[in-house]
Design a protein around this ligand. Structure first.
Ligand SMILES: Nc1ncnc2c1ncn2[C@@H]1O[C@H](COP(=O)(O)OP(=O)(O)OP(=O)(O)O)[C@@H](O)[C@H]1O
Ligand SMILES: [Mg+2]
Length: 241
């Protein structure tokens, strides 16, 4: 008798309105919450650039891939979590070209297939925003489409985010990506400005059919229980399989 073929996991591509606005924090929180719920989760940062520039976070982990790996808690090999690592803090296409590295999409496919084996959920963190180029002919929108990912848009809550969200939603639609949710993230523990206080309601008016969640500032990024609690409180459970 032949073995039944395993179903692919739910795949979520995590993109942002910009760089440095909380994609990794939100992805780690979702991974920690998934684990808490008994969901077998893996996370991937297919290309990580700017590795020399990243400040060491309170977790003691410098890179996104290390933070994602720790949040999933599986000890997945770094070669699968992050198949390509580039030194300069640039868009992957440019960092790769300057380093003489050729990014091979078949290698990315192979790492993804290996990493997601026996998992229920795969989280794929992009770099910067949705149209950031990985190669001249492959953007994150293309990669997420190729991998049949649903999209999670992490939007940094500040003045300008309405435009960045609307542009990204249009780009997602044009790429045929299904938008699973928009997470408006806090960018500091400070009191909210008028823009920050009104962005959530404005997005709800502008995008009434979309799921728009708010993710809080979390003091201890090395505390996965606190991250999971923040994910739950923000309503991120709707994204879990
Ligand atoms: N919700 C939050 N709570 C606490 N700190 C946060 C939060 N969001 C972002 N930060 C802080 O901002 C930094 C940048 O966030 P993060 O690394 O998640 O950004 P990113 O969008 O993944 O950036 P990149 O484009 O480089 O991948 C974090 O290291 C953390 O210090
Ligand atoms: Mg990141």
């Amino acid at each position: 008798m032949t073995e039944p073929r395993a179903l692919p996991p739910r795949r979520i591509g995590v993109t942002g309105t910009d760089t440095g606005i909380g994609k990794t924090v939100a992805t780690c929180a979702l991974a920690a919450r998934a684990r808490q719920r008994g969901v077998r989760v893996a996370a991937m940062k297919p290309v990580e650039s700017g590795i020399e520039e990243r400040p060491v976070s309170p977790t003691g982990l410098a890179s996104d891939a290390e933070r994602l790996q720790a949040a999933c808690g599986n000890g997945d090999p770094m070669s699968l979590v992050r198949p390509y690592v580039l030194e300069e803090p640039l868009a992957p296409m440019v960092a790769a070209q300057r380093a003489g590295v050729v990014i091979d999409v078949d290698a990315l496919d192979a790492a993804r297939a290996e990493l997601e084996r026996d998992r229920d959920l795969l989280l794929v963190e992009g770099a910067g925003g949705l149209l950031v180029p990985i190669t001249p002919t492959l953007s994150y929108a293309d990669l997420f489409s190729r991998w049949q990912c649903d999209l999670l848009l992490v939007a940094g809550n500040r003045l300008g985010v309405l435009n960045h969200v609307l542009l990204t939603v249009r780009a997602a639609e044009a790429a045929g990506l299904s938008l699973a949710g928009i997470v408006l993230t806090s960018l500091g523990p400070h009191a909210l400005s008028v823009a920050e206080a009104t962005n959530h309601e404005a997005l709800r008016q502008l995008l009434p059919t979309h799921t728009i969640l708010r993710f809080p500032w979390v003091d201890r990024l090395d505390d996965f229980a606190a991250l999971a609690m923040a994910a739950q409180a923000a309503g991120l459970d709707v994204l879990l399989p």
